[in-house]
Design a protein around this ligand. Structure first.
Ligand code: SAM
Length: 238
């Protein structure tokens, strides 16, 4: 998977401005490369001057359902035929619920909206349930987690980067028996990974997750066990 498509796209843009950090194209190739030319259901929050509408339109399969959302009604005029445009506030759970009901579930959601902490967190919490099994959720411009003007700051608990670090804890919540201070999280059952890139956090859903097993093999005899979890991990699941 390469970033060639995105570099090539830059030479084919129309009047609709696209603005991206250059290194995002590597992230797109790494995270979404397996979906190039595939028919998927896609949502991006944040339209601005509309440049990402044709960019994603040309990247995914022609049979894809593409949805773009923004709070600015002027963005409606930027749609391509067949593309769904929704107007609303990404920090409004009612709007997000309607978005999910009308267009979900989604294979991919990208949050490239207002980049404020409450917007990113509220959007994630309300839209993560609308991500398909095996689907992905990308939050862009997470350097705003370090900008006080966006509600961020170094190790600011309300920042999205700190929120995502807590998701990493939750993903590992099988492995401790500290029920009182660190209960088993549903995220252990559905979060496959949290990838931290410079300015992008990418998460993948896997609803097939079960309490992890160790696998052994000796002389061709294969063994499976949850002994390590029983001894050191979440005893309350046994
Ligand atoms: C970074 S731009 C989007 C750029 C676009 N995705 C692209 O790649 O060219 C951010 C957009 O988020 C929108 N936005 C800001 N706050 C929002 C909110 N609360 N809900 C929805 N959209 C919002 C702005 O109107 C703006 O159009």
């Amino acid at each position: 998977m390469t970033k060639d498509y995105f570099i090539d796209f830059l030479t084919k843009t129309d009047h609709r401005l696209v603005t991206k950090w250059l290194h995002y194209f590597d992230v797109y190739a790494a995270e979404l490369g397996h979906l190039q030319n595939k028919d998927i259901t896609f949502l991006e929050i944040g339209i601005f001057r509309g440049g990402s509408i044709p960019m994603w339109g040309g990247y995914f399969g022609k049979g894809s359902k593409l949805v773009f959302a923004d709070i600015d009604p002027a963005c409606r005029a930027l749609a391509d035929p067949g593309v769904n445009i929704e107007m609303g506030d990404q920090s409004d759970p009612v709007f997000l619920k309607q978005l999910a009901e009308r267009h979900g579930p989604f294979d991919v959601i990208i949050d490239d909206g207002g980049h404020k902490m409450d917007q990113q967190t509220i959007s994630f919490e309300n839209l993560w349930p609308a991500v398909k099994d095996g689907g992905q959720y990308l939050v862009e411009d997470t350097h705003t987690s370090y900008w006080p003007g966006f509600g961020g700051g170094y190790q600011e608990p309300a920042s999205f980067v700190e929120y995502a670090k807590r998701l990493v804890d939750q993903m590992h919540s099988w492995y401790t028996d500290q029920d009182d201070i660190f209960p088993l999280s549903q995220m252990a059952r559905e979060l496959a990974y949290v990838h931290f890139f410079d300015s992008i956090v990418a998460l993948k859903k896997d609803l097939k997750r079960t309490p992890p097993v160790t696998i052994t093999s000796q002389n061709g005899k294969i063994g499976r066990s949850r002994k390590a979890l029983e001894v050191r991990g979440r005893k309350s699941i046994f």
